[in-house]
Design a protein around this ligand. Structure first.
Ligand SMILES: CCc1ccc([C@H](C)CC(=O)N[C@@H]2O[C@H](CO)[C@@H](O)[C@H](O)[C@H]2O)cc1
Length: 809
């Protein structure tokens, strides 16, 4: 195929205008006169997409020619956020777009409101995946993200009489102009069925699936910032096979039966599971995980064989990062493909497989570590269970060799859990089948080595690493906070810092400049006016994250109730006006978390209705927290609540986003809080509470939450008020669990937290001190760029180097 030259897309305002009109006429089939707002949005999206596709073509050619080691990021979740603003920024066409929309009588703001965000994730893990693929492109690393194109993303949250209500999120109801369907790259995926021996081969088997579905990919462009590279994220959607529509049944009037096979197939990618910490063990979820892995591995092998024919080069040309245990079944799937379909012998296949995969663990919660019943595996993936047994057999021999006669260790480390129902321990399989295992913050990685995965760290110490999370500065300060970005670019002479976030350190000297501090304060105030959550001069105290008892939104609530009591007891006190803003979703089946949401809204209503307290204190619950809302709240925050029980939050990434935007953190020594405090300086961080070791000790030495209730009058008053029904009779379940087991030592940390909040108020009263601390937080957050995170993965785990993409072909 000879490369015929494509006429390059012009870069002038007129070129852009012409391209927008041609998209409107030829791709939307309408005219300027009759174009709807959505027509204008889609025409604009296609015009911007073309410019990125131009770079994509050159990227694909350069990367293909280089035949590098490819990074494949396998994730069941991606929280990509809204695309238009990002792609306007990354294509440098923001002003051209605003200009070109004028003749259509449309403004960019109006059009941007039509840009939905694909909510294909729950929280931290999904957003991290999006930040990392953004940084891989920005760092010119050849990479592909693989995921699932759920028809329905994370549910839409609304409040109904103070409680969370969920509605299906049909995110692509109006279509998605940012994706390229690629039906030619469809893959066939099998389920159920049985295996048959292959004559003459002791190991190979023939799997006869009982059911097959098609996996159809569509990809979205992942542009790098200030570079030519444009990578892709490929999302798989399940379809019934061509023959899945049963015409005879249809013509017999059995309409449902006629389409049932297709419906069954499509159900696989129908909806994202909304749990972010408790595995429900649903078979459909395992089906989703295998569907993702089988489609992606076949696509990866197809790409490998385009440039390579020797299987022994596979691991040198491929590194697959497993985003938590959710895609771990990819390990036995690659073994199945290499042994059963490509007829490699077991040991050769295993050495390739182990060198191909790496695993990132994102949690410490035992209930979040996935295990699947052996009987479910046997039914759904019979061949994979056989392969897992073989992997386990070889592995336990290795354990036996290292720790002869240590039966208990064998039982603890086995991939198959035998206590009670036999279950496949996916984290064990992930550690055994990969060459690198990492946690997502120093403390988390240390606790992984010393607790949940200690046995494995004893056996393979070199395998365990840490790669502290990071965030995309393009989305979470440049796009979210243009005012602050402008102040920074003025101070640093241009926006180079967006590709080199450590340059923020140059701001430190400006912290002593009163004029700069004044500008800094006015930006924060303007962002608070935009957010309109409350009095822009009040201390905006923000807690935005998924609801979970370990994150301790309940502790923030006890502080609010105590403030409420204090103000009522001393109405004329010199109170600092404070706006407490909560946002976040609870997994629909997580009732304890939903009780906390209900109590927050009841307390908010009680305070709002109280003429004595309302002038000083306001509680707001912002509905339907997602990436777009985060981009609105973070720039307006003064105080960042990172108050999880030490040892429970693997890292956190919201903490990084808030600190980068000049919010001061009140937090425990948990996850990345520790590293944030180390970078911004202890004097610029409000620390409280037990550390991870003390928390573990407290539980071991017998923890009695009632003792704190008895001992602390303000705490007792807060809990008694809840139990007395002071807040619309809501919240008794919350008080009960705190006075009962209090799993996350909320009462133990209450007093230290309250004292720390007084420290916060003392600092707030000194505006210059607060503003200096805020500037220094931003200046010292360079480390938390996802570009640094990706550079760490590339150097220490992926062992890949950037592949530059030429500006012109
Ligand atoms: C099986 C159900 C399930 C689903 C998702 C998860 C995720 C691992 C939960 C998650 O999002 N973890 C968060 O990952 C972030 C990115 O590394 C960290 O910053 C957060 O601390 C961690 O809670 C666990 C269990």
């Amino acid at each position: 195929r000879q490369g015929i030259g494509l006429r390059r897309l012009g870069s002038t305002a007129d070129d852009f205008q012409q391209d927008l009109l041609s998209s409107l006429y030829y791709r939307k089939g309408t005219t300027v006169e009759s174009a709807s707002a959505r027509d204008a949005y889609e025409a604009l999206a296609l015009t911007v997409r073309d410019r990125l596709a131009d770079r994509r073509a050159r990227t694909a050619a350069a990367q293909f020619a280089h035949n590098p080691r490819w990074v494949y990021y396998l994730s069941a979740e991606y929280l990509l956020g809204a695309q238009l603003e990002q792609n306007l920024l990354y294509s440098g066409t923001g002003d051209l777009a605003a200009q070109a929309l004028k003749p259509l009588g449309r403004s960019l703001e109006e059009i941007e409101d039509l840009d939905v965000e694909p909510g294909l994730g729950n929280g931290g893990l999904g957003r991290l995946a999006a930040c990392l693929i953004d940084s891989m492109a920005t760092r010119d690393i050849p990479a592909v993200g693989y995921g699932i194109r759920y028809d329905f993303g994370i549910f839409k949250q609304s409040l109904e009489d103070g409680g969370q209500a969920e509605r299906a999120d049909d995110w692509a109801f109006h279509g998605n102009p940012w994706e390229f369907p690629a039906p030619d790259d469809r893959q066939t995926v099998g389920f159920y069925g049985h295996t048959e021996p292959v004559p003459g081969s002791p190991v190979r088997k023939r799997w006869v699936p009982g059911e097959t579905v098609l996996g159809e990919p569509s990809h979205m462009l992942v542009p790098g910032y200030n570079t030519e590279t444009v990578n892709i994220v490929r999302l798989w959607r399940a379809r019934g096979s061509e023959a899945s529509f049963d015409l005879s049944r249809f013509s017999a009037g059995q309409y449902a039966e006629a389409v049932q096979e297709a419906v069954r197939a499509e159900n696989i990618s129908k909806v994202l599971y909304p749990d972010d910490s408790t595995e429900l063990g649903r078979e459909l979820r395992l089906k989703q995980q295998y569907f993702l892995c089988s489609c992606s591995l076949r696509d990866i092998i197809r790409r490998f064989r385009l440039r390579n024919e020797n299987w022994d080069d596979f691991a040198d040309k491929t590194i697959i990062q497993l985003n938590d245990t959710h895609p771990t079944v990819a390990i036995p799937e690659l073994m199945r493909l290499l042994v059963d379909e490509y007829e490699l012998d077991w040991d050769r296949a295993w050495s390739i497989t182990r060198r191909t995969f790496a695993y990132t663990c994102h949690t410490l919660l035992p209930e979040a570590l996935e295990t699947w019943p052996v009987h479910m595996f046997e039914r759904l993936l019979p061949r994979h269970l056989e392969i897992i047994y073989l992997i386990n057999m070889h592995f336990l021999r290795e354990v036996e060799a290292h720790f002869p006669g240590d039966a208990d260790r064998i039982r603890r480390m086995s991939i198959i859990g035998e206590n009670g129902e036999r279950r496949v321990r996916m984290a064990h399989l992930a550690v055994v089948g990969t060459e690198a295992v990492n946690g997502v913050a120093e403390l988390h990685s240390k606790l992984l080595r010393e607790t949940v995965l200690q046995d494995f760290a004893d056996l393979w110490p070199a395998k365990f690493q840490n790669v502290t999370n990071g965030i995309s500065p393009r989305r979470f300060i440049r796009l979210a906070n243009p005012r602050l970005s402008e102040v920074i670019s003025d101070g640093l002479g241009g926006d180079g810092w967006l590709n080199d976030l450590d340059r923020l350190a140059e701001l430190e000297s400006l912290a002593d400049d009163p004029a700069f501090r004044e500008r800094w304060r006015s930006v924060k105030r303007a962002n608070k006016v935009d957010l309109a959550a409350g009095d822009p001069d009040s201390l905006t105290d923000v807690m935005i994250k998924r609801f979970h008892e370990y994150k301790r939104q309940q502790l923030k609530l006890l502080h609010v109730i105590t403030m409420y009591h204090r103000i009522r007891e001393n109405p004329n006190g010199d109170w600092i006006p404070r706006t407490v803003l909560f946002a976040g979703k609870a997994a629909p089946a997580y009732h304890a978390a939903k009780h906390i949401i209900r109590l927050i809204n009841a307390v908010a209503a009680t305070i709002a209705a109280d003429p004595v307290v309302a002038p000083h204190l306001r509680v707001v619950f912002a509905e339907n927290y997602n990436v777009t809302l985060a981009e609105r709240i973070i720039p307006a925050a003064d105080l960042s609540e990172q108050i999880s029980l030490a040892g429970k939050e693997a890292s956190g990434t919201g903490n990084m986003k808030l600190a980068l935007n000049g919010a001061l953190t009140i937090g425990t020594l948990d996850g990345a809080n520790i590293e944030i405090r180390a970078h911004v300086g202890e004097e610029n961080f409000f620390l409280f509470g037990l550390d991870a070791f003390q928390a573990a000790e407290a539980r071991i030495n017998g923890y009695h939450p009632r003792e704190h209730y008895e001992r602390d009058a303000e705490l007792r008053a807060a809990l008694d008020a809840i139990n007395a029904g002071a807040f619309g009779g809501v919240g008794r379940e919350v008080a009960e669990s705190l006075l009962g087991w209090d799993e996350y030592l909320t009462l133990a940390d209450y007093r230290s937290y309250l004292d720390c909040q007084e420290e916060v108020e003392r600092a707030w009263r000194d505006r210059d001190r607060w503003t200096r601390m805020s500037i220094l937080n931003t200046a010292r957050c360079g480390f938390f760029s996802a570009d640094r995170t990706v550079a760490d993965y590339a150097a220490r785990i992926w062992r890949v180097a950037p592949v530059p993409v030429p500006r012109e072909d």
